[in-house]
Design a protein around this ligand. Structure first.
Ligand code: ATP
Ligand code: MG
Length: 451
């Protein structure tokens, strides 16, 4: 029975009281991407399992342990998407977007599914904001996606993030590096965890990413990929750093960043926070030049990142960030009697048409109970309509925070008065928060309205 009222492990409900903040954050992220020329793409929650085997890679934790895979009723193997890149890449090829102007720049906000051990910052259903660039080979592209992540996070006021950067080379120079790594870890094979013993054969770089303290300790003195980069990869990496320097971004080189997924080449990066415990990577990404060919498409050097929304929200919360929220109700119109209820209903509709949020009684409460409700839902203003108000065609508009009242005409002038009252409130809030640009935007809004 308890199952009926308990969400599956590793999932979270978004409750109405938190949705305003999340909508603000998500809107801000997509908006930042838009300023860099990325347009949203939406792909299915599930894809053919084969797509993820090919793109994420058979040696990854995601494919080996974490995928939600099932047979559908037509006996196809289907997998809930564990990340956003594969679906976006598939869609680009399927719709031949790469035959239009290159590079193709897309953004997305999607649910992702991984069967992991749930803990702080690690869920089985989580959400990613991501961007991808398809068909851009130059270091400026690597630097641009890093700048998008940086700006998206800065715009939300996230502090104390460290940008960690590495290059994992190309298949050519990585082969040499794998040899050196294998030799290094082979000598310490006995001490490695069981998973890493397996990684030793298939993909020794993955050991660098192992979370076990013993393996981490062994990995400390492992050979460094940067010493093995071929000339082209070295030049590319220098190029990326040059653009980041030009944009004024600071970063640290972390040779142990290899990223979880198989398809990465050259640049890999993470934005890491110290404020949310051990799952501190808020955003991770890099270049995956081989992926599109792997999926049967043309050679199309590509790159992107994924940002964990739940981790981002956790950082914002732990840093005490103040996120603007739309008030749930600008005006609550209370009423007494049938005639007043209809008038309240009419005025509420009028206000909504004008873009305000307005509510009136839906459950036949007494006036006192209506006012209590208005208070509970955080209504900014209230108006009471009774026989007297209907007869006079006037009512008092009460500011719930200050208790101030102004008399308003229920006819013609009503909207204007409410509009002005509301504006004054917003201006006061904004100037308290020091948002000069927002004030300018509001004022130009007023002007447009008055014209
Ligand atoms: P980790 O090393 O933390 O497992 P990862 O390499 O598996 O990360 P990616 O596949 O690169 O992560 O996903 C990009 C981002 O998505 C991560 O940086 C993180 O913010 C977020 N993320 C990944 N897995 C989870 C999860 N299980 N729960 C919540 N967020 C996640
Ligand atoms: Mg992971």
């Amino acid at each position: 029975m308890a199952l009926l009222t308990k969400a599956p492990r590793g999932t979270q409900d978004l409750l109405p009281k938190d949705s305003g903040k999340l909508q603000f954050v998500e809107g801000s992220l997509l908006d930042t991407a838009k300023r860099y020329g990325f347009q949203e793409i939406r792909t299915p929650v599930f894809e053919h399992t084969e797509l993820f085997l090919r793109s994420v890679g058979e040696t990854t934790d995601v494919v080996q342990k974490e995928m939600y895979t099932f047979q559908d009723k037509g006996n196809r193997s289907i997998t809930l998407r564990p990340e956003g890149t594969a679906g976006a890449a598939r869609a680009v090829l399927e719709h031949s977007l790469h035959n239009d102007a290159l590079p193709v720049k897309v953004s997305y906000l999607t649910g992702c599914y991984r069967y992991e051990k749930p803990q702080a910052g690690r869920l089985r259903e989580f959400h990613q904001f991501g961007i991808e660039i398809f068909g851009a080979e130059k270091p400026a592209a690597d630097a641009e996606i890093i700048c998008v992540a940086n700006e998206a996070l800065a715009h939300l006021g996230v502090k104390n993030l460290q940008l960690q950067l590495n290059s994992i080379g190309c298949p050519a120079c990585r082969a040499e590096y794998h040899k050196a790594l294998r030799a290094y870890f082979e000598a310490r094979r006995e001490d490695l965890c069981d998973t890493c013993k397996g990684r030793l054969e298939r993909n020794p770089m993955r050991i660098l990413d192992c979370k076990s303290p013993v393996c981490q300790d062994i990995a400390k003195d492992a050979p460094n990929m940067l010493d093995y980069l071929c000339d082209d990869c070295k030049e590319h990496f220098e190029g990326v750093k040059g653009f980041l320097d030009a944009a004024g971004l600071s970063y640290v080189i972390n040779p142990r960043i290899v990223r979880g997924l198989d398809y990465y080449t050259r640049t890999v990066f993470e934005f890491v926070s110290q404020d949310i415990g051990s799952q501190g990577t808020v955003c991770g990404g890099g270049r995956y030049d081989g992926l599109m060919e792997e999926l049967g498409g043309p050679r199309l050097p590509s790159l992107g990142f994924g940002m964990g929304i739940e981790r981002l929200m956790l950082v914002l919360k732990n840093q005490g960030a103040e996120l603007p929220e739309d008030p749930p109700c600008n005006v609550y119109i209370a009423s007494m009697g049938d005639a007043a209820a209809k008038e309240a209903f009419r005025i509420a509709e009028l206000l909504r048409e004008e873009g305000f949020s307005a509510q009136c009684d839906l459950v036949g409460r007494s006036l006192k109970a209506q006012m209590k409700y208005a208070d509970k839902i955080g209504a900014q203003h209230t108006m009471v309509l009774g026989d007297n108000e209907l007869a006079a065609g006037k009512a008092n508009l009460k500011d719930m925070a200050t208790g101030e009242q102004v008399e308003v005409d229920l006819g013609e002038g009503l909207i204007d008065v409410i509009y002005r009252t509301q504006l004054e409130k917003e201006l006061a809030n904004i100037s308290q928060a020091g948002g000069e640009a927002d004030i300018a935007a509001l004022l130009s809004g007023i002007q447009n309205r008055e014209e």
